[in-house]
Write a protein that binds this ligand. Sequence first.
Ligand SMILES: Nc1ncnc2c1ncn2[C@@H]1O[C@H](COP(=O)(O)OP(=O)(O)OP(=O)(O)O)[C@@H](O)[C@H]1O
Ligand SMILES: [Mg+2]
Length: 481
Amino acid sequence: MAGYNQYSFVKEELEHDSKVIIKELSASLEKYLLLHDYGEIESIMRRFSLIEVIQSISLIDENSMPLLTIRKDVNKELQLEINTDKKYTNIEKHAGFFFTEDNHSYFSYKPIGNSVKKKWVMVEMSKEIGYARLMDLLLLVNITGIILIGFLSFIIYKIIYQPLKHIEYLTSFSSTLHKSYGVNCEVNSSIYEINSLADSLNQLSQELLKNQAIRTKQNEELRVFNTELTSRVEEEVLKNREKDILLLNNSRLAALAEMIGNIAHQWRQPLNAIALLIQSLQISYELDDLNKKEFNEFVDDSLLQVDYLSRTIDDFRDLTKDEIDNEPFNVSEILSKTFRLIEPSLMNASIQSTLDIQDGIICHHSSANALSQAIINILNNAKDALIQQDVNEKEIHIQLKQVGTTIEISINDNAGGIPTEIIEKIFNAYFTTKHQSNGTGLGLYISKKIINKEMDGRLEVINNAKGACFRIVFSNSRRIC
Ligand SMILES: Nc1ncnc2c1ncn2[C@@H]1O[C@H](COP(=O)(O)OP(=O)(O)OP(=O)(O)O)[C@@H](O)[C@H]1O
Ligand SMILES: [Mg+2]
């Protein structure tokens, strides 16, 4: 491909050159041909033959026979050939300039003179010299190109690469080692953009330094703030925990007070009975009417009342005593005892209670206190709701059952249920619909908390057809600590 291109290039070059030469030559010969001045013709042909690439020049007559030929020999000497018998074929079929070639040369022909005495000028050009000339040209172009590239590279290196490299070095240097000192990039380039790049870099570096200082300050402030925040959060968490403990204790105290109120109520009747018995004993004694049988009856009746009092105290003690870790307890008994303590106040409010307690349900984790406290809160709420709604036949139904390992206590009332707009809020602390003097809004909040925490159980509420239904659900098995 490269050879073909070179060949075509040389051919085109020589064709072009030959056209110019033959045009000039014909113009010069024209006049002398009319004058038949063959001496001048020869000298003109000789002058043109001195052109390096020209191998021979011929003047050819109308019969295609050469009249005059000037040819270079091997020593590049010009030789004159006259009237050789070499006949040029195919000339007559051309009307004007034409170009042919053989292995060694390119030939260009141009007609000269008038149509009657038409002659031809032929110029032969050496392919070998043409190629050599091209090679010289290419060599020159290559050398010039290489010199130019070298020069350009040098310029690029000097005025672009070197300053850029310097900038790059300073940039990386400043981003690693000299963070705190910044960078001062002194570039003296003849290219305006590079100098302005260096200036921008210096400015950027100064800005970075400033920003770094601001960031360090902000980091320090943030660190101090974080430390303060952590200690403040810890303080608040501690306060919250203390508040929870306080709330829990308050709620326990409230439950105890409720129970003591109930005990006082329960004790009034047997104490009255004992007082009456003592009075009748005293009267019988004063009337001298006291026999052994009556005395024994008095003792039995009194002991019965005392026994009732003592049982109430036992129930109370059982529900308030400290629990031993992981001591199992009988849920059925705890529920009965809790109910017994609150029953008188329910009866006082004309509430009909029904119990459906499955016997012998044992829970293997010590949370009897929590359970009884929650039950008291729920029962008191039910009592309050029934009184407030002034229901005709006030009812509370308590059920205890175990399904598999799940123990479930449900407490239903017929007070109409909890309004849907507040049902989501009743477990929130301090939420109450009762007048402040009647309710703190902590009962259900504490109950839910202790059932969650101390029993790993859950306290939930739904409204059924007649009223509210609270469910305490927990597992009978030991908690995984
Ligand atoms: N059985 C129920 N029927 C209707 N509403 C109820 C029932 N139980 C609770 N509520 C509603 O839930 C609210 C919150 O109950 P919670 O026990 O937490 O507080 P409280 O009873 O108002 O006050 P506290 O228990 O501290 O004396 C009650 O004020 C009441 O409006
Ligand atoms: Mg309550």
